[in-house]
Design a protein around this ligand. Structure first.
Ligand SMILES: Nc1ncnc2c1ncn2[C@@H]1O[C@H](COP(=O)(O)OP(=O)(O)OP(=O)(O)O)[C@@H](O)[C@H]1O
Ligand SMILES: [Mg+2]
Length: 442
């Protein structure tokens, strides 16, 4: 009989207040006797309980977050950073309210350029849906840190998605990379020095085709074969402990196609070009050394007009400070390139006689080629290229060319004449005399 009464008490207690379950029986009594205390204590316990619960929720949400979600951080220093932003700007399945603009010039194959605005995701959070999975993209700018080389703030993009979808990160990055490289396909990137690092200069350019540069008979193939053979001989160099590099010097009068030919070689080998200006004012020996040891992959180093940069071994300005690169600095930099990767250096000059023997010694310059004014062979080839193999007119042109006893005509001059008489071979024949005067403007 006594059991039912206890049950009623319990029910009473529990319906009385929220603390009943938590308090001991002695405590229960005090509380029941003192309503103020009961209320205060109750609140205290409620507060503690809530705090504990809150912490528990936070901890477990952190735990769940760690278990269920994955982050991928892409810092702005990384190559894939710009690829990713570009990819995202073209990705349809996204919702973002903060956009920032990036203006690009697009060089067309005919040489003209148009401007293109890409609306890339700006700093902030963006949600994208990729292959059925949601991804949170957070682009953050670190206010304090500044990239000293470019003056832009450091940034990171963080991608967050479910743990089970983590493989999609690779797919996103791969897709972004493929998209970026597609733009460069069939193009040559020209890098120039920017502070201590190499930066692409302008947009990638259309590859220059080998057939578009006409050198004297066999010269182009001779150089190309040598470069190709060098690229195949990595093991040979390493086995013999020889630094894996080769220097080429193309010398000859202006407008004979030296620069154009180097561009064509880069195009043919699918290489990029690192252009270094030695006479640049703030180029120092240290910077030169650093740059030459950090050449991007698959690039040809091009040093133009190598004679112009210096005449003396040591250069110093009025105050005695070294300005620009010293000759010995260049020699050391050429020697010091000691990477496992191959290094192809092309140098050009109009005045080989001005060059110091120290620069010309094997190891620095291994292959010297004279790229001269147009030979008869080149005149013929140039004419046929410009006038779609018009043999008849070519013969007339050559006869007149020889009759006039023209010599020391540069290929650039010939090109000038043919461009002036586009689609008009007779016009070119009539104007052959003009080639006598190199500075003739037609
Ligand atoms: N052998 C050639 N075949 C085809 N085009 C040529 C040739 N030589 C010169 N040209 C044309 O002439 C112009 C100048 O050529 P390029 O800049 O290659 O000459 P360069 O030898 O580098 O001259 P410089 O010594 O003055 O730097 C280019 O537009 C190029 O197309
Ligand atoms: Mg040149």
């Amino acid at each position: 009989m006594s059991q039912p009464t206890i049950d009623i008490e319990k029910i009473k207690n529990s319906s009385d207040g929220s603390i009943s379950g938590m308090a001991s029986s002695a405590f229960n009594e005090v509380i029941l006797n003192n309503p103020y205390f009961a209320a205060g204590g109750g609140l205290m316990l409620l507060g503690t309980g809530l705090a504990v619960a809150r912490q528990g929720i936070m901890k477990s949400s952190g735990f769940i977050y760690r278990q269920l979600l994955v982050d991928l951080e892409i810092p702005s220093k990384d190559k894939s950073y710009l690829w990713f932003l570009e990819w995202m700007s073209q990705y349809k399945n996204r919702s973002s309210r903060h956009l920032s603009v990036e203006t690009n010039y697009i060089q067309h194959s005919n040489g003209s350029a148009t401007t293109k605005f890409s609306l890339v995701p700006g700093p902030g959070k963006h949600l994208i849906r990729y292959k059925g999975a949601f991804m949170l993209v957070n682009r953050e700018r670190s206010g304090k840190l500044l990239d000293m080389t470019s003056g832009t703030p450091f940034e990171t993009v963080t991608l967050t998605t479910l743990y089970r979808d983590r493989k999609l990160f690779y797919e996103v990055l791969e897709e972004a990379k493929r998209m970026a490289l597609k733009v460069r396909e069939g193009k040559t990137v020209i890098y120039t020095s920017w502070g201590p690092e190499w930066r692409p200069f302008g947009q990638p350019r259309q590859k220059r085709l080998m057939g578009s540069v006409i050198l004297d008979e066999g010269v182009d193939q001779m150089i190309l074969n040598d470069v190709k053979d060098f690229l195949k001989s990595g093991g040979w160099y390493h086995n013999r402990g020889i630094p894996y590099r080769r220097g080429y010097l193309l010398y000859g009068p202006p407008g004979s196609g030296k620069t154009s030919f180097i561009q064509a070689i880069a195009g043919e080998l699918d290489y990029n070009i690192c252009l270094l200006n030695l006479s640049e004012k703030n180029m120092t020996d240290d910077r030169l050394n650093h740059l030459m040891n950090h050449i991007p992959d698959r690039s040809i180093l091009l040093l133009e007009d190598i004679d112009a940069a210096f005449n003396k071994r040591e250069q110093s300005d009025d105050q005695g400070y070294a300005s620009g690169v010293t000759f010995s600095g260049l020699l050391n930099a050429l020697d010091g390139v000691a990477s496992a990767e191959e290094c192809i250096t092309f140098m050009t000059t109009n005045h080989p006689e001005k060059l110091d023997n120290a620069l010309l010694r094997p190891g620095r310059v291994d292959f010297k080629v004279l790229i001269n004014n147009a030979s008869d062979y080149q005149v013929e080839k140039m004419f046929l290229k410009f006038y779609d193999n018009d043999m008849e007119n070519c013969k007339k042109f050559l006869n007149k060319y020889k009759e006039l006893g023209l010599k020391d005509v540069s290929t650039a001059q010939l090109q000038g004449l043919f461009v002036y008489n586009k689609r008009n071979p007779q016009g070119a024949i009539d104007m052959v005399e003009n080639l006598k005067h190199p500075n003739n403007k037609f």
